[in-house]
Write a protein of this length. Sequence first.
Length: 218
Amino acid sequence: MIVPKDNLIEGLKEAVSEKNNPKRKFSQSVNLIVTFKDVDMKRGDVKLREIVVLPKVPSKSKKVLVVPSFEQLESAKRAEPNVVLTKEELQKLMGQKRIIKKYAKQNDWFLISPDTMALAGRILGPALGPRGKFPTPLPSGADVAEYVTRFKRTTIVKTKDQPHAQVFIGTEDQKPEDLAENANAVLTAIEGKIKSTSIIRAIYVKTTMGKPVEIKIK
């Protein structure tokens, strides 16, 4: 483990405290920020794009758009994603740039049946790419409800051209202990993809509008 759990809990308690984080009229997200040192991002020293299922379900779930096969349609609906489109409905979006951009903005995950991936790439791809989003294939089985539900609690760890990653780990109304468990899942994923934990400069947690709180690494 990169960070002792007690250190994570202590930092998260401070991040969500009213002193550090005045109450807002909405439930704020809690993010984990990991910064790196002595790395060349252009050379690809750190290149992260990892999907992490959060152990503790956030009260504000991620929004999922699903384009299932005909056989998967009823199963996908049972999971109550944000949007369900049939292949035919997706096809009708061709050229509807305003609607496509709206879907791209309002949803976090795009789960597509394998036989529709090429079509989804043509129609949704131009709007998803600039936002750092991408279509993800559904499994081939008919029962996909559990898979769709899992993505409601899934976050993504990614880096671009700057030496840091900022990752959603939950919401401020969750217990610090639960947020710490989610943070640890993200840190474990990062640790498994970097050459050494020595390149980690610092780790912070913060709410959407709150101040960053540095976590003691040791």
